[in-house]
Design a protein around this ligand. Structure first.
Ligand SMILES: C[S@@+](CC[C@H](N)C(=O)[O-])C[C@H]1O[C@@H](n2cnc3c(N)ncnc32)[C@H](O)[C@@H]1O
Length: 268
């Protein structure tokens, strides 16, 4: 399973592709900041706007320590740190993503606040109650054992800390078109209904606070040109196959098969 996830996401040369595209757009290496990476490093429906919804729900303070589970190449982690002053650690299964996350964070001068290491959502490499809050964006679709995932998110969060999950959820039982952004085939794809997350969270001792459904954001994300187009895109992260994945995800949203939902819990 781990191998198939790494194979789906990991490619060589992620940082060079992104930096080269930014340089071709006229930025020199020393003027690249965290915001200029945004088109390529926020790998979830809604991009920056989706990250902002999660940041609002997290309510981070400067003294907080946040874990971002399945952090990708670190766009959300850098945004959470930059917007709140909190320290952030990201973990991810894909070694190429962790390497890129570390290199990009260094490049934009944020290595003091944001760190990354390889780790799994179902076996988080930290002690109990290490973090003040836990975020997870568009990762659960790769995790079959939602119960174990929720237990781990709850375990590493301090009592009364927020656990915020923003995932693609199943809205109606129907076959999805593949490749999807999170999986090339249906074999290693485990999107679930919101109720399944809520049950697993309750079993893990998490208190459910609220959900917010971001179908409208998804429709805008897939169908409207951004006000300020970025020189980098998820194509620089995932390569040319991103186009077909994006089209399939857009179609599944339009047909009401999937919905991006943010679920907010509190650790007990
Ligand atoms: C769609 S990307 C989202 C990345 C990031 N959260 C973001 O929003 O930019 C899904 C990420 O989850 C990671 N992932 C998948 N299964 C995982 C697991 N069991 N534990 C940790 N990371 C996982 C993948 O390697 C990938 O980086």
């Amino acid at each position: 399973m781990t191998e198939s996830i790494e194979k789906h996401y990991g490619t060589a040369g992620i940082v060079s592709r992104i930096v080269q595209a930014l340089e071709e757009a006229g930025l020199d290496r020393s003027s690249i900041d965290a915001d200029s990476l945004s088109g390529a490093d926020e790998f979830h429906i809604g991009g920056r706007e989706g990250t902002e919804h999660v940041a609002t729900a997290l309510e981070l303070r400067e003294s907080d320590y946040l874990l971002d589970v399945g952090c990708g190449i670190g766009g959300p982690a850098r945004y959470f740190a930059q917007s709140s002053g909190a320290a952030v650690t990201g973990i991810d299964l894909t070694p190429e993503f962790i390497e890129a996350a570390l290199e990009l964070t260094d490049l934009v001068g944020m290595a003091q606040m944001v760190d990354f290491k390889i780790g799994s959502a179902t076996d988080i490499p930290f002690l109990d109650e290490t973090f003040d809050a836990v975020a997870m964006l568009h990762v659960g679709m790769n995790v079959e054992d939602k119960e174990q995932m929720m237990k781990e998110l709850a375990r590493v969060c301090r009592p009364h800390g927020k656990v915020v999950i923003y995932d693609v959820t199943i809205a109606t039982e129907s076959d999805l078109p593949y490749p999807m952004p999170w999986s090339t085939t249906s074999e290693h794809s485990f999107p679930e209904a919101v109720e399944k997350y809520e049950e697993a969270a309750a079993d893990a001792g998490l208190r459910h606070l609220y959900n917010s459904d971001h179908h409208d954001l998804a429709m805008r994300f897939f169908h409207e040109a951004p006000a300020a187009p970025s020189p980098v895109s998820l194509g620089h992260l995932m390569g040319p196959r991103m186009l077909e994945m994006r089209d399939n995800a857009a179609r599944a949203v339009e047909q009401g098969l999937i919905r991006p939902v943010m679920m907010v819990f509190e650790s007990s």
